[in-house]
Design a protein around this ligand. Structure first.
Ligand code: 5CA
Length: 165
């Protein structure tokens, strides 16, 4: 049992912000903090004991014409096709750097959650995530995740379901 007992330590401020964003949408969930890293999809899946495809990774891209941030919530098993993404958005896109991720979301890479960001942004959800009964997303820190369903993910993010791999 790698998980810390519930309530053993107070949640980090970043994780608490995610929990509050969910609570504000009427969803009661428990962020789970692990002693092991959940920084990457593979590490998160190993710590949780789930399939890597069940990890909902929150990736930030930067649209090159408008400069707007774009959130893609992808299955941990998938690589995002940037050309397909550019076609969907109607402008070229690139990967955001660490600084852009931090300013757009308010969170550091490795802990970016699918909601509760500093700036609301266009959100696209990988259709492959819908195949799972349960999925896991980052909860604001590189050690915290929370479990949810694809339906809840869609509801709380207002994301559009697309084919992005
Ligand atoms: N907590 C885990 C599982 S939910 C997590 O956040 N995974 S993740 O895949 O969503 O976040 C890591 C992602 O951050 C990588 O897939 C990669 O796209 C991005 N990333 C990592 N390093 C950098 C970097 N130096 N610049 C820009 N993006 C980066």
């Amino acid at each position: 049992m790698k998980e810390k007992p519930t309530g053993a330590t107070p949640l980090k401020e970043s994780a608490r912000r995610v929990q509050e964003a969910l609570a504000a949408r009427g969803f009661d969930f428990q962020a789970r903090e692990f002693p092991a890293s959940t920084r990457t999809s593979a590490e998160a899946a190993a710590a949780i004991g789930c399939a890597v495809g069940q990890i909902a990774k929150s990736l930030i891209f930067r649209a090159k014409s408008t400069g707007r941030p774009v959130l893609v919530i992808a299955s941990g098993a998938n690589r995002v096709d940037e050309k397909a993404l550019a076609r969907l958005l109607g402008e070229p896109i690139g990967r955001a750097d660490a600084e852009f991720v931090r300013s757009a979301t308010g969170f550091a890479i490795g802990g970016v959650p699918p909601l509760g960001h500093a700036t609301p942004m266009v959100t696209l959800i990988d259709r492959d995530l819908l195949a799972f009964a349960e999925i896991w997303a980052a909860a604001g820190t590189p050690n915290a995740v929370f479990r949810l369903t694809p339906d809840v993910l869609t509801a709380v993010t207002g994301g559009e379901i697309v084919d992005i791999r």
